[in-house]
Design a protein around this ligand. Structure first.
Ligand SMILES: [Zn+2]
Ligand SMILES: [Zn+2]
Length: 373
């Protein structure tokens, strides 16, 4: 096996990533060295590149990764679910390692709230051991405690990463927190990866109707082609929120509004608009506000009068990631996951950040190539 790796390294915010070489450490007991097949690119990476979040530098970006086992550390015989794990097995790994000892991990049982989480591609420095802690590289060092899943049932690495972190994020928010029920009328605000994943899981959970509200037209067209959403509203063609609210309500039984509204837009103004699309007695999930984009006026009277349940959901824990991996055979049977993906060679990591910032692609994936060496 190779003993050096190539990685795209963020050394200064808003500057081009540098392609650098690093030594691959031998895996310590409990660790796994992986060959990266695909490093996922997500909206968060654009924010990280711009310095919108407090992160240490230098850093290899990439919190979404799939690949193959290169070397197993001592004592690693199975994946997270107990399946035997061997060299060359196709695997997916979760981006977070929770501490397992704090109040949130142990007492509250809410591992997504752990404040000491290690997050690949976000808070693991390139210049500290083990260094190779992001998926925008040809090799990754998966530290002891990583939740690693062997891919089975004909699921390819590309399919396993086609929704990126949006997949397990939707499992947590849409299924675990909001608990979609058979027959629900569901509005999804936002047609990026989180909105697409949320709509897919709403369909799988038995929603009677999924109303997808988003933009740009290319993303809605792709959603339609994949069978994601039953009806689609392009907010660029209908820029007046009052008109959109009327349109959505007319799509719901009795014009009462949706029984579930899932905010996946990341725009603060989506929240008061979504309250108006919600039926009395319904559930409203705020899922898309990952970065703090400031306050927005809300009329709290609506929450009381409608008996609205307003919910929040932050990231995902092991059980949600595992749920997503185990749902993949079902998801791929129903939706052509490969259609979401655009691949780029790793050496074009700077181009991918620009394309992602411009919303030109749904799900870019970086594939290690010799040109990055
Ligand atoms: Zn913890
Ligand atoms: Zn992501």
């Amino acid at each position: 096996m190779t003993t050096t790796a190539t990685a795209a390294v963020l050394r200064a915010f808003n500057q081009p990533l540098a392609f650098e070489r690093a030594t691959v450490p031998a895996p310590a007991p409990g660790a796994v060295v992986a060959r990266v097949a695909f490093g996922g690119v997500c909206g968060t990476d654009v924010h990280l590149h711009h310095g919108n979040l407090p992160i240490p530098l230098p850093l290899i970006l990439g919190h979404e990764g799939v690949g193959h086992v290169a070397r197993l550390g001592e004592g690693v015989a199975t994946d997270f679910t107990g399946l035997p794990l061997r060299e060359d097995d196709a695997i997916a790994w979760m981006s977070n390692i929770t501490c397992g000892r704090c109040h949130w991990c142990v007492v509250a049982g809410e591992r997504t709230l752990c404040e000491q989480r290690k997050v690949y591609g976000v808070n693991q420095r390139f210049d500290q051991f083990p260094g190779l802690s992001g998926s925008w590289a040809d090799t990754m060092y998966l530290q002891p405690g990583s939740a690693i899943f062997r891919l089975t049932a004909g699921v390819t690495p590309q399919q396993a990463i086609a929704l990126g972190c949006a997949g397990p994020t939707a499992v947590h928010g849409v299924l675990d927190i909001t608990r979609i029920e058979v027959g629900d009328t569901v509005v999804v605000q936002g047609s990026g990866p989180v909105g697409i994943a949320a709509a897919m899981y709403a369909h799988l959970a038995g929603a009677a109707k999924v109303i997808l509200v988003g933009a740009p037209a290319s993303r809605l067209a792709l959603a339609k082609e994949l069978g994601v959403g039953d009806v689609h509203l392009d907010i660029e063609l209908m820029p007046d929120p009052a008109e959109r609210i009327r349109w959505v309500r007319e799509e719901t039984p009795g014009g009462r509004g949706a029984t579930v509204v899932l905010e996946c837009a990341g725009v603060p103004a989506a929240v008061p608009e979504g309250f108006e699309m919600a039926a009395p007695g319904s559930r409203y999930l705020v899922l898309g506000q990952y970065t703090d984009r400031g306050p927005v006026p809300i009329n709290p009277h609506i929450i009381t009068r409608k008996q609205l349940q307003v919910l929040g959901s932050w990231g995902f824990a092991e059980k949600h990631y595992q749920g997503h991996i185990q749902a993949l055979p079902n998801l791929k049977r129903r939706f052509d996951l490969d259609r979401l993906v655009t691949t780029y060679p790793l050496s074009q990591a700077n181009q991918v950040l620009a394309d992602m910032a411009a919303g030109r692609v749904m799900k870019p994936l970086l594939v290690p190539d010799a040109a990055a060496d």
